[in-house]
Design a protein around this ligand. Structure first.
Ligand code: SF4
Length: 236
């Protein structure tokens, strides 16, 4: 049923390109509780800028896993101050975290894919579930060009895992479009981008990439499995 809703929305919005048109279209639909999840990365900063500059009625939240870079906290701080907005912060369960680190140590994610998924589950997925509770639309900064998994991404998709419609307004943007928008609008950015970090997640699980490397190559680089943490498992 929700796949059908996403398909209908895609058909109705397929000719739209500008963010103003796309968000205008979104806000004319019947969603009661749209919410935007930001990782403070470049794409998400584009969306935050658009929402904040146009005072759109959309709540913004981020996940603080406890392992993110100081530079990412700096972007969070600067962004809230610049736009005079509140970005809600969702953190992992204290008990689950204490249990994990006590039993398996602080770096268990390097030891196996299962351990890594366990850590992502506690630090990201469970807090994300809380953040999405009661929401009927999830806005993301996903782009088709970010990875093979995202190549068929459209403006709207249905996320089976979280049972929610996603709106991906940058789905068809290239990284060069993102950079141009950020520069033109003087949007705050993570200083790590200038040091070769493209996709930035937790500090122990993110490295800079070389010229020509895949955008996601800097995430969980020691694994050969798909470079997704379970936040976004694209099915449509
Ligand atoms: S990215 Fe790394 S540190 Fe962050 S939640 Fe996942 S495994 Fe844990």
């Amino acid at each position: 049923m929700s796949h059908a809703i996403a398909s209908d929305l895609n058909r109705a919005s397929e000719k739209l390109t500008a963010l103003t048109e796309l968000f205008g279209f979104l806000l004319r639909q019947d969603f009661k509780n749209p919410v935007f999840s930001t990782s403070l990365g470049q794409e998400d900063q584009v969306i935050t800028h658009h929402i904040a500059s146009n005072t759109l009625p959309i709540k913004i939240f981020t996940l603080d896993t406890g392992r993110i870079f100081q530079e990412t906290y700096d972007v969070l701080d600067i962004t809230q101050k610049k736009y005079n907005i509140t970005i809600d912060v969702f953190a992992p369960s204290q008990n689950a975290l204490e249990d994990l680190v006590t039993k398996k140590g602080p770096n268990s994610f390097y030891e196996s894919v299962e351990n890594r998924k366990e850590c992502c589950g506690i630090r990201k997925i469970v807090p994300l579930k809380r953040a999405l509770k009661g929401k009927d639309l999830w806005i993301t900064g996903l782009r088709q060009a970010q990875s093979e998994n995202r190549a068929t991404l459209d403006y709207f998709s249905y996320d089976e895992h979280f049972d929610i419609i996603k709106f991906n307004p940058l789905a068809k943007w290239e990284l060069s479009d993102v950079n141009a928008y950020l520069k033109e609008n003087k949007v705050p950015q993570n200083s790590l981008h200038a040091k070769g970090f493209v996709s930035i997640g937790c500090a122990p699980c993110t490295r800079a990439i070389e010229n020509g490397e895949d955008i996601r190559a800097g995430r969980w680089w020691w694994e050969s499995s798909k470079k997704e943490c379970g936040l976004h498992t694209i099915k449509s």
